[in-house]
Design a protein around this ligand. Sequence first.
Ligand code: HPA
Length: 282
Amino acid sequence: MLNYEDYCQAADLLRSRIGGFSPEVLLILGTGIGYLAESIEDPVVVPYREVPHMPVSTASSHAGNFVFGRLAGRCIMAMQGRVHIYEGYTAEQVAFPVRLARLLGCRDMIVTNAAGAVNYNYHVGDIMLISDQIRLFDPDPLIGPNIPQFGDRWCDMSDVYCAQYRDLARQAACDMGIQLREGVYFYFTGPQFETPAEIRAARMLGGDAIGMSTVPEVIAAVHCGLKVLGFSLLTNMAAGMVKTAYVPGEVSRTAESVKDTFCALVTSCLSRLPHPPATERS
Ligand code: HPA
């Protein structure tokens, strides 16, 4: 279990690397779009393994770096790759970088992931704006003693994916001629893909997309007061929806084919996020 001092120790290490740079937005780059970090101006790269208590990505498609710098006119802290519970980490460890971002001054978070489509109206390659999320049985990052420096024990989850930010994302997609889906992200830890029965259950319960990430980070973000905008890149139809079973490599191949559009949309949303008044920056 982590305590507040562990977070402060990690934040101090990052502050020593970034000098006076003060990030405003945490950008979590999921499967296939880590390359957006290459567009960051004047980047300062800090590998996860150099940060005390920070879990390290074991997935080969996740580079495992923090990249600090400017993108679309905003000061950002990007995560090139993330860690997942299925790698053997606790939900609290998976959410660790979100709380670090808060300690460094971030007020907003844009989270991205690759996901399977559960909604029959969706197609492979679609981008879904996440309107809400469902976590039923899997571990929660807030279990354990509450750390009051981050937030209250009882955390309101009624506007997780900020309505105002979803409005600006819809507008950005419209201006760019991108057809944007909007729906609910249903979370299973994996690492195995779901069974057709699990996918039917997820659909009946209100899920539109299915994935193995994002939810622990988003819960921690809401708890510590970050405003959240989230996107899923739908890389495959979920189990049982098409005749052919999941083909290895499908997720990365689809992500690769859509990554330019996806990155352009995320960048445009970044540029449209409201600037907090100077007095509110911490
Ligand atoms: N299921 C879970 N996670 C995923 C999927 C899926 O079908 N596709 C991409 N990530």
